[in-house]
Ligand binder design. Structure first.
Ligand SMILES: Nc1nc2c(c(=O)[nH]1)N[C@H]1C(S)=C(S)[C@@H](COP(=O)(O)O)O[C@H]1N2
Ligand SMILES: [Mo]
Length: 224
C-alpha cells in the first residue's frame, strides 16, 4: 500500500467534503466563464469553451481533506493551470508586475489564496472531468482547481474567477476569532502537514480525530 501524507487516513469513494453542505451546489451558468482580474492591464472573461484551445491533460492523484481523510486514485482531466496562466493571465500583466498571490473563487463565493509557485506546479489542473465523467455538482461542476499537493480547501470547486494580486489579499481573509485560528496555511502542502496558518498540523490532528464523527457528519456526504 502506498503511504499517505502525515496524519491522513484513507476513505472509500470520494465524498463531497467541505463546510458548505447545508447548501446545494451552485447552478451552472449556461455559458460559464472564468473571470480574470486584479493587478492586470485589462480584465477578461475566459469562456470555458475557449479552453479547448489548450492541450488536454490528465492526472491520477489522491485528494486530501484538511480534516484527515484521503480519497485515493482519482483521475482528473482538464487543462494545466500553468497553460491557462500563460495564455490568459501573463499577456495581461503590466511589465514589471510581480504576482505574489492568486485568489481562486467559486460560484458559491468560497475562495482560496495560492502562491504562484504552488499554482503553477506541473500537476495543477483546471479539471472538468473526474474518473472519465463530466464533473457533477458535488465535485465542482463545471470546472474546478485541482492541486493534489495541497489540502482540499485550496482546490476551489465551481471556479468562476481568478484575482491576480501583488500583495497578500487580506480583504479575502475572515476576521473572526475562529477564522483566524483556523486560517488557511499560505502553502497548505500535505506532505509538510501545513494544515493551518496559525496552529501546527500535528497539534490540530487530535482535535480533528476527537471530532471525527460530527465532522464526518457535517463535512462529508455521498461518494462518487
Ligand atoms: N467552491 C467551493 N470549493 C471548495 C469548497 C467549497 O465549500 N466551495 N470546499 C473545499 C474543501 S474544504 C474541500 S476538502 C474540497 C472538497 O472537494 P469535494 O467536495 O469534491 O470532495 O473542496 C474545496 N473546494
Ligand atoms: Mo476540507
Amino acid at each position: 500500500m502506498r503511504t499517505l501524507p502525515p496524519g491522513q487516513r484513507r476513505v472509500d469513494g470520494f465524498p463531497r467534503f467541505g463546510t458548505h453542505l447545508h447548501r446545494p451546489p451552485p447552478a451552472v451558468p449556461e455559458d460559464p466563464v472564468i473571470a480574470v482580474d486584479g493587478a492586470l492591464r485589462t480584465s477578461s472573461e475566459v469562456r470555458l469553451a475557449e479552453l479547448s484551445r489548450l492541450p488536454r491533460s490528465e492526472i491520477v492523484a489522491d485528494f486530501h481533506c484538511v480534516a484527515g481523510w484521503t480519497a485515493t486514485d482519482l483521475r482528473w482531466e482538464g487543462v494545466r493551470f500553468a497553460d491557462f496562466y500563460r495564455r490568459f493571465v501573463e499577456p495581461a500583466l503590466a511589465p514589471g508586475t510581480t504576482v505574489t498571490h492568486l485568489v481562486f473563487e467559486g460560484l458559491d463565493g468560497v475562495v482560496s489564496v495560492v502562491e504562484p509557485r504552488d499554482a503553477l506546479a506541473e500537476d495543477v489542473l483546471l479539471a472538468d472531468t473526474l474518473n472519465g465523467r463530466p464533473l457533477d455538482g458535488d465535485h465542482g461542476a463545471p470546472i474546478r482547481l485541482v492541486s493534489p499537493a495541497q489540502y482540499g480547501y485550496v482546490n476551489i470547486k465551481h471556479l468562476r474567477g481568478i484575482e491576480v494580486c501583488t500583495e497578500l489579499p487580506t480583504h479575502r481573509i475572515g476576521a473572526g476569532v475562529l477564522d483566524r485560528l483556523m486560517e488557511a496555511h499560505p502553502r497548505a502542502r500535505v506532505w509538510h502537514e501545513e494544515r493551518h496558518g496559525r496552529v501546527s498540523g500535528r497539534l490540530i490532528r487530535p482535535f480533528y480525530r476527537a471530532f471525527i464523527r460530527p465532522i464526518r457528519y457535517l463535512c462529508a456526504k455521498g461518494g462518487q
